[in-house]
Design a protein around this ligand. Sequence first.
Ligand SMILES: C[S@@+](CC[C@H](N)C(=O)[O-])C[C@H]1O[C@@H](n2cnc3c(N)ncnc32)[C@H](O)[C@@H]1O
Length: 203
Amino acid sequence: MERSAAEKIEHAIGDCVASKNWKKVIDLGQALPIDKRVKFLWVWPRQQDLHRIRIGLNDLNISRVISIGCGTGLLEWLITRATGVAVAGVEKDENWWRSKYATKTYIPMMFAEGLSNVIDGQGQLRWHAMMFCYFNDGGAFREYVQEFGGSFVIIIGPAEGRGVHTDPLPFQPNFPAEQNWERVQSFKVGSENLNHLVIYQRQ
Ligand SMILES: C[S@@+](CC[C@H](N)C(=O)[O-])C[C@H]1O[C@@H](n2cnc3c(N)ncnc32)[C@H](O)[C@@H]1O
């Protein structure tokens, strides 16, 4: 049976992931119209964005990141390949993500059931940063951050007032009330002039 356009692009991305060709994955994403791109991930970084992310993470000695609500995990895969920083992913509905209806995923995923050992990592393997990209549940965000023992939170999402809602928003995170986090880095990501990556450090 002939493949649809969407299946062809998914296949092409899968081939590039298998051959670890992250630059080609970026090119494939940039060639797609925005409404098709977001099926794979909400924020498609360009090469220069990944370069900037590498510098930002290195400056803060962040080398292990756990991404909550990672979706397909393609952004996490791209960051890992392009920067060398390990990024693991957490999702919430294991039955869905393992079902035949779910979009293909690109990294090994952990599931939010049984979270306590996931969040803080175990033994030597503590996560330096917890990342949220286009996360959509402010209450869950605060619960995750409350549990987290590491020093950095990374939020990727749209600037406010642009008609796109995420919770948390990168510049209006609404952290747990009793905690104090300071913005230490922020820069734009992607070609849409919409999205920002912001890093907060625990005070
Ligand atoms: C808008 S999607 C963003 C996916 C991906 N980060 C991206 O940028 O393409 C939000 C994701 O967060 C996940 N999510 C929502 N609540 C969650 C929770 N409490 N724990 C883990 N994942 C959650 C959803 O299943 C969904 O895949």
